[in-house]
Design a protein around this ligand. Structure first.
Ligand code: ASP
Ligand code: MG
Length: 453
């Protein structure tokens, strides 16, 4: 017998019918002989609706009360699912995050899990029950107050429980058939990815792929929890062992579900790797492309090019709680010994960042501030690029041919990101997808549900 943790997202439990569909899946896994722990999100857009409601009542609700409100969403779906499973003749017990032993720090709205003590889960499993846990929530070890883990946090709950329970597999059920080479809502010819490594998945998730919470992938990597992303709507319910979906493990060779295409870039690469690995013909250079519209860009103009300037700027931003992503600084102009620094950050942090920078203007003496919310980030991710030259050139050429201007560039070992005008983002993603030979010749992605909100 194996222990499986299954997580169902909001669109998978959006209404009574969906909850019943999920119950049938859970029961199928149970009948196949597995111990099953289920983690659920709030139904559909419940979390957003609760936030809207709070917004109408308070301009700045206390984090404690907001968390108390939001955790109610997952309580609704957990209890309904327990009822639905019971209706199918199987015993089911639901637990809130705190009952399930999910202990966090006290940072309301973005709490981090510090410990999982799943005694009640073990007991319920031993008694033959299906266990259903409310995702996205826990209890603060110090204050005993209810906390939430941040938007999309149910994925993290699932992986944390899988790690604590020593589960054999953690399945993340969603409204598409797995992880795709790009968001199929933007690139209809995106392909399903059969297998991908934690590192690449982490880069995709951290740079805008919404299919998985990046903290969940980090957690899975740290505790080596095998993850699988699949659809709760697909027709493979009778076969819980069907290979459908995307498998995420450390062992994964980056592999798309089908062969590599024939663009110049991909062909050169295949030639370069031929003979070095058995899978050379299968391994795409690039695993996938993520995009992110949630950032904005700030430029500090004419800042003195001397030691301490950047430190002052970024200390002020850190103290204001701004999470900075890309940073670009140019060489200084000879005449002025001044330079410009641009950076991106989440759009919601822009007002706080501008305030913080205005606060240090007198002290540091820069010439001006510019900010631009109309930006989008595209990230090309692939472990294969570690050992292959020409990936940046291929990306930049594809963007040039599409007439897309690049505003900023940053790279990691396995990623190249560019910031472009937000109106160019979709065209840029499509162009890069084609250039790296990722297009499928048929439409493979089915988006079953979700409003994409
Ligand atoms: N319901 C929460 C949200 O919408 C948590 C989750 O879905 O993972 O962010
Ligand atoms: Mg959700």
């Amino acid at each position: 017998m194996t222990l499986v943790v299954q997580k169902y997202g909001g669109s998978s439990v959006a209404d009574a019918e969906c909850v019943q569909r999920v119950a049938r899946r859970v029961v199928a896994a149970r009948k196949a002989g597995h111990d099953v722990v289920v983690v659920v999100s709030a139904m559909g857009d419940t979390t957003d609706e609760l936030l809207d409601l709070a917004d109408r009542i308070s301009t700045g609700p206390a984090g404690r009360e907001l968390d108390m409100l939001l955790t109610a969403g997952e309580r609704i779906s957990m209890s309904l699912l327990a009822m639905a499973v019971t209706e199918l003749g199987h015993h089911a017990t639901s637990f809130t995050g705190s009952q399930a032993g999910v202990f966090t720090d006290a940072a309301h709205g973005r709490a981090r899990i510090v410990d999982v003590a799943p005694a009640r889960i073990h007991a319920a499993l031993a008694a033959g029950s299906v266990v259903i846990v409310a995702g996205f929530q826990g209890i603060a070890q110090d204050t005993q107050d209810v906390t939430t883990l941040g938007r999309g946090g149910s994925d993290t709950t699932a992986v944390a429980l899988a790690a604590a329970l020593g589960a054999d597999l953690c399945e993340i059920y969603t409204d598409v058939d797995g992880v795709f080479t790009a968001d199929p809502r933007i690139v209809p010819t995106a392909r399903p990815i059969a297998e991908i490594g934690y590192d690449e998945m982490l880069e995709l998730a951290a740079h805008g792929a919404k299919i998985l919470h990046s903290r969940c992938v980090e957690f899975a990597k740290r505790y080596q929890v095998p993850l699988r992303v699949r659809s709760s709507f697909a027709d493979d319910i009778d076969d819980p062992a069907s290979p459908a979906g995307t498998h995420i493990t450390s062992a994964a060779t980056p592999r798309a579900a089908t062969t590599v295409a024939t663009t110049t870039v991909a062909t050169t690469t295949i030639a370069a790797t031929e003979g070095t690995t058995d899978h050379a013909m299968e391994d795409p250079l690039i695993s996938g492309i993520a995009h992110d519209r949630s950032q904005s860009k700030i430029t500090v103009l004419g800042i003195p090019d001397k030691p301490g300037a950047a430190a002052t700027v970024f200390t002020a931003l850190a103290e204001a709680g701004c999470d900075i992503d890309m940073i670009v600084q140019n060489v200084s102009a000879d005449a002025t010994s001044c330079t410009d620094i641009s950076f991106t950050l989440s759009a919601s942090a822009t007002p706080a960042a501008l305030d913080a920078l205005q606060g240090i203007e007198a002290n540091i003496g820069f010439c001006g501030l510019r900010h631009d919310d109309r930006v989008g980030k595209l990230s090309v991710v692939g472990a294969g690029m570690r050992s292959h030259p020409g990936v940046s050139a291929a990306l930049f050429s594809a963007l040039a041919e599409t007439g897309v201007n690049i505003q900023m560039i940053s790279t990691s070992e396995i990623r190249i990101s560019v910031v472009v005008h937000v109106d160019d983002l979709e065209a840029a993603v499509a162009a890069a997808h084609t250039a790296f030979g990722l297009d499928s010749d048929q439409i493979e992605a089915v988006v079953y549900g979700g409003t994409g909100r």
